[in-house]
Design a protein around this ligand. Structure first.
Ligand SMILES: *Cc1c(COP(=O)(O)O)cnc(C)c1O
Length: 400
């Protein structure tokens, strides 16, 4: 088949099956029926408590809490660091709706920071805005890590606490430090489209004892927090338990059982994602008019999705690329579209936030095309996808 006629027939939203060991562990929970994390037989350690213990060990964090979703983890982190209604919270202009949504859920106000052509938070813009807030909700959107050393310098100097949204960086690191371990708290999603899959679910890690105790009570521990295996000592809970509301959002043992074997296998999955990512990246490199997002040497990333830029193209031409690729079976998402579509939306669609002008982000967002890379794709699939994008971008670019 010539490159101008081949059509990709794979499915961009098809996950791999849940691993056998996870299915077996889930069956055991279903058979004993104790799905609630605090419903344990004498001497039994719940799957949820074990998950927390194992994820704390895996990330090197002192404390870990499992919750109902990634978005819930973000909102819990904001509450646990003490964000109050009306407070400003710095966050990325380029992210997904649950991030500003978590800020709105505590009555706080998102202050957006520009995105660079590297798809990371603009550290000069951050430095200019850092004194407007006491907290930065940093979204490692689509797995792109900024210079975390410089970011922490900027935030530490201004006494701004950093909450990391690691929905796309579970398994990633910057200069050898795992994503989620730079800020005061790291939040992860275990939702189907992220790096481990329990349908829904979230994890929160921190080294701060009071923050961990508050998050635990907030998540709905009642006074059963002593059953946690990665929580602070009971004395810490004594200090906060009367003044911390229960905002129920626990994880259950079924999801935890599904997640534990997947976390054991994370490094292998990361390597498989990156093989696929690198085949697509190589296939796209050098396409006239198309900018590959170069990954810095300090970054260990997880290529579960890939982005490229058609910078300074007209909206019509970008849309034409999306449509032409779509007709050939390649699903691209465009961050420039004025109307929110499916999972994709822009900062100016979040109209509960104060209106803000972000000219650099407008330019970059108008050029971002985004594609999922599910592990069900073979390396040959990835090569074919890259050929299709390259030929369609080429056709539209040539005609322009
Ligand atoms: C998915 C996602 C979240 C929220 O996770 P949920 O588990 O779906 O609530 C937060 N931030 C980003 C960047 C995400 O992609």
């Amino acid at each position: 088949m010539s490159t101008d006629s081949e059509i990709f027939t794979g499915n961009f939203t098809q996950q791999e099956p849940i691993p056998e060991a996870a299915i077996e562990a889930a069956m055991a929970v279903l058979q004993h029926g104790r799905l609630h994390r605090y419903n344990t037989a004498p001497g039994e350690l719940s799957e949820t408590a074990l998950l927390e213990q194992e994820f704390a060990a895996q990330t090197g964090a002192k404390y870990c809490l499992a919750v109902a979703s990634g978005g819930y983890a973000l909102a819990t982190a904001l509450r646990a660091v003490g964000v109050q209604p009306g407070d400003a919270v710095l966050t990325n202009a380029f992210t997904l709706a649950p991030v500003p949504g978590s800020i709105a859920s505590v009555g706080a106000k998102p202050v957006f920071v520009e995105v660079t052509e590297d798809l990371t938070i603009d550290l000069d813009d951050l430095a200019a805005k850092v004194d407007q807030a006491k907290v930065l909700m940093l979204s490692h959107m689509r797995g792109h890590l900024c210079d975390m050393d410089r970011l922490m310098q900027i935030c530490d100097a201004a006494d701004v606490r950093v909450i990391e949204d690691c929905a796309h960086t579970m398994g990633a690191s910057w200069n050898g430090v795992q994503s989620g371990r730079h800020g005061i708290v790291g939040c992860y999603s275990c939702q189907t489209y992220k790096h481990v899959n329990s349908g829904e679910g979230g994890l929160l890690i921190t080294d701060d004892a009071e923050l961990a105790a508050r998050a635990t009570v907030l998540s709905g521990s009642y006074m059963l927090y002593e059953r946690h295996l990665a929580a602070p000592e009971p004395e810490v809970f004594e200090r906060i338990k009367y003044v911390t509301p229960n905002i129920s959002g626990r994880m259950d043992n079924l999801r935890a059982a599904i997640l534990r074997p997947q976390l054991q296998d994370l490094d292998r999955q990361v390597a498989r994602w990156n093989e696929r990512y690198q085949v697509i990246e190589e296939g796209l490199r050098g396409t006239p008019g198309l900018t590959v997002v170069e990954r810095p040497g300090s970054e260990v990333y997880v290529g579960s999705s890939i982005q490229f830029l058609l910078l300074d193209w007209s909206d019509d031409k970008v849309l034409e690329v999306v449509e032409r690729c779509g007709r050939r079976g390649v699903e691209l998402k465009w961050f420039g579209t004025p109307e929110p579509v499916a999972f994709t939306s822009r900062y100016d669609s979040w109209r509960y936030a104060d209106t803000q002008r972000l000219p650099n982000s407008d330019r970059v967002l108008a050029g971002i095309l985004d594609m999922r890379v599910p592990l069900t794709f073979s390396l040959e699939d990835c090569a074919q996808i890259a050929r299709i994008i390259r030929s369609e971008v080429g056709s539209v670019h040539q005609a322009a």
